[in-house]
Design a protein. Structure first.
Length: 160
């Protein structure tokens, strides 16, 4: 199962929902897809969807999922990693009216440049290729305490 979450930000993220829904409709994605759609107005035709999901249910879906596809909010990508689950971040972008700026892109790129490698796609047209890779997406080698210390150090440096 693939779980997709766009979080609770007030702007739509139709681009991601539509891309995944279309891949499911074309048969590229064979497994079940459950979407948390937030404030988006795109109505998925091929995937199960719910605007908002209670936290405990969201955690259960992440634990059950083979892959979580998420926006670039840190809580949304760190939670699956804490359960040693595969994650793919698709950051919201200003040019598509998904956020007020590109801080999600900048933040995930910053983490990747500083050895906190988390799979992400800026170009949604690469999603099908990413999902069709011959080898499964690697699970981040997550050591909660070590990762949290490195993550805190990077965030602290942003504010120094």
């Amino acid at each position: 199962m693939i779980f997709l979450t766009v979080g609770t930000h007030e702007q739509q993220f139709n681009r991601l929902l539509k891309a995944v829904d279309e891949l499911k409709g074309k048969g590229v994605i064979q497994e079940e897809v459950i979407m948390q759609t937030g404030y988006s107005d795109y109505q998925p035709r091929y995937c199960q969807a719910q605007a908002f999901i209670p936290y405990d249910d969201l955690v259960a879906l992440i634990k059950k999922a083979r892959l979580t596809i998420t926006h670039g909010g840190p809580s949304s990508f760190l939670l699956p990693l804490s359960f040693k689950k595969q994650v793919l971040v698709v950051p919201r972008q200003k040019e598509y009216g998904e956020h007020i700026n590109n801080h999600q892109v900048e933040f995930i790129e910053y983490l990747n440049q500083h050895n906190l490698v988390i799979p992400y796609l800026k170009d949604i047209s690469q999603l099908e290729h990413y999902l069709n890779q011959a080898t499964p997406v690697a699970v981040y080698p997550f050591n909660n305490q070590q990762f949290n210390q490195a993550f805190k150090k990077e965030v602290d440096q942003l504010f120094d």
